[in-house]
Design a protein around this ligand. Structure first.
Ligand code: ARG
Length: 476
């Protein structure tokens, strides 16, 4: 608290100190500097520095000797940052200022020349777009690895019978493959959303300057090209003000995290004694500090909780953006702390769940036993009547009445006799016993996208092909 630190700080203060007569207050510095966060963008910042310096040289704004000196200094800064030897100093306001300060220490006037035609506003927007592009690729890879682990389980036991639920009540027997592929389908759409977000973000803000471009003859298309963007900015105010690229990344991430939470919840349920559908590998389970017998699914629980964090980040960044006047405002600095922690958390959760799924073993006997109890055959009997020309509502009513009569006598549908069935409709005479089994129920469902083992195998192959296409595109 108290007066700003004078003297020493004033001398070493930020590179913009020219028009200031007093040093920044300590509390101002504490509030505005967040090197722990934006320091994580150093790779992107160096790439942007290189592209900008190359463009300045190509446009004749930097002399060849200056450009060469800058290139050397940038190499050295990169070595220092990569080796963890870069020393941030008190007066570094952010990673951009730190890099420029160090370039100046190393290359003198060449370092002082690099910021020509540039503002931190277009610089940080460019850095962050690059970072978001990398984040989208990492999240996609994480989703695909998790889907790969699910697909391996489908290959192993996809044809096994499993109970299917609605309202968390046993509904119809399905196959384990259909259940696992439902999660894969959701993660596949998440990857699609990330790709769509990355495509819209594929625009380079560099050259927009503070908000109104520059009087220098810059070449924004050249920097866009060097940095691998599809195009340069179309509006210099929008280029420094827009953060919907991060919002879309977070929106896609939040939906993916919600999907992950649903898988996490299922694993938590499946791993209970009550369900007993899955045994978790020891390496992917945790114990209790007090109860020696405990084996807990913490990975699945934390994956479930990740949805809270990522949704929170999306709402936080939406709120930071809401009502902001154009163009750049310092509020926007908050985008990085919000986005980086949420994305990192989701990456960890995806990796954790991929390991958990890869290492778990499904208890097929138990799944089959519960599938048999799912009592789906009632629908099959009604549909058998429909095939005979009975209107569905009438068929539903007759089978419902049969189930009701059996229930009143404390009997299940599996125990119904051929005579009782024939009394409902002659065509049902052969539908007792094994016709009512869970396996028969699944075998009768031959539609693509359904529980039949052949449909499951086909869907799994398609899912693998989609992932393979994404992976080759990514590494191209
Ligand atoms: N560190 C800031 C950010 O991340 C960039 C600083 C731009 N500041 C400024 N006064 N123009 O948004």
């Amino acid at each position: 608290m108290g007066a700003p630190t004078a003297g020493a700080r004033l001398l070493t203060v930020a590179l913009w100190s020219g028009r200031f007569a007093a040093a920044p207050a300590q509390e101002l510095w504490d509030l505005t500097v967040d090197l722990a966060t934006d320091g994580q963008l150093w790779r992107e910042d160096l790439a942007v520095n290189r592209a900008h310096a190359h463009m300045l040289a190509a446009c004749g704004i930097l002399a060849p000797a200056v450009a060469a000196a800058l290139e050397c200094a940038l190499d050295q800064v990169e070595e220092e940052l990569a080796g963890g030897r870069f020393v941030f100093v008190d007066s570094d306001e952010d990673v951009h200022m730190a890099v420029e300060r160090r370039l100046t220490e190393l290359a003198g006037d060449a370092g002082r020349a690099v910021h020509a035609g540039r503002s931190r506003n277009d610089q940080v927007a460019t850095d962050f777009r690059l970072w978001c592009r990398g984040a989208a690729a990492r999240l996609t890879a994480g989703l695909d690895r998790l889907s790969g682990a699910l697909l391996d389980q489908v290959d192993r036991a996809g044809a096994a019978l499993a109970p299917g639920y609605t309202h968390l009540q046993p509904a119809q027997p399905v196959t384990l493959g259909l259940v696992l592929l439902a999660h894969v389908a959701a993660f596949d759409r998440d990857a699609g959303r990330l790709a769509a977000a990355a495509e819209r973000a594929d625009e380079c803000p560099l050259g927009a300057g503070a908000l109104a471009t520059s009087t220098l003859p810059l070449d924004p298309a050249a920097t866009a090209r060097e940095l691998g963007f599809a195009r340069p900015f179309g509006n210099s105010i929008d280029a420094v003000a827009a953060r919907d690229f991060a919002l879309e990344l977070l929106a896609a991430a939040a939906i993916a995290a919600v999907h992950l939470s649903r898988l996490g919840e299922e694993v938590v349920l499946w791993a209970t004694d009550e369900f007993g559908f899955v045994a978790l590998d020891d390496a992917w389970s945790t114990g209790s500090s007090m109860m020696p017998q405990k084996k807990n699914p913490d990975v699945a629980e934390l994956a479930r909780a990740t949805a809270g964090r990522v949704q929170g980040a999306l709402v936080a960044l939406l709120t930071v953006n809401k009502g902001l006047p154009l163009s750049y405002n310092r509020d926007l600095q908050e985008d990085k702390a919000i986005t980086l922690t949420a994305v990192r958390r989701l990456e960890l959760a995806l990796a954790g769940m991929a390991g958990l799924i890869a290492g778990c073993s499904f208890r097929l006997d138990r799944l089959e036993q519960r599938a048999a109890a799912a009592g789906a055959a009632a629908t099959d009997l009604a549909e058998r009547l429909v095939a005979e020309g009975v209107p569905f509502r009438l068929a539903h009513e007759r089978i419902g009445a049969l189930v009701g009569r059996l229930a009143a006598a404390h009997r299940g549908l599996a125990e119904v006799t051929a005579e009782e069935l024939a009394a409902v409709h002659p065509c049902l005479a052969g539908c007792s016993g094994s016709w009512l089994s869970a396996r028969a129920c699944v075998d009768r469902r031959r539609l693509p996208g359904g529980p039949h083992p052949e449909a499951v195998a086909a869907a799994a192959a398609e899912a693998r092909a989609r992932i393979a296409r994404r992976t080759t595109k990514e590494t191209r």
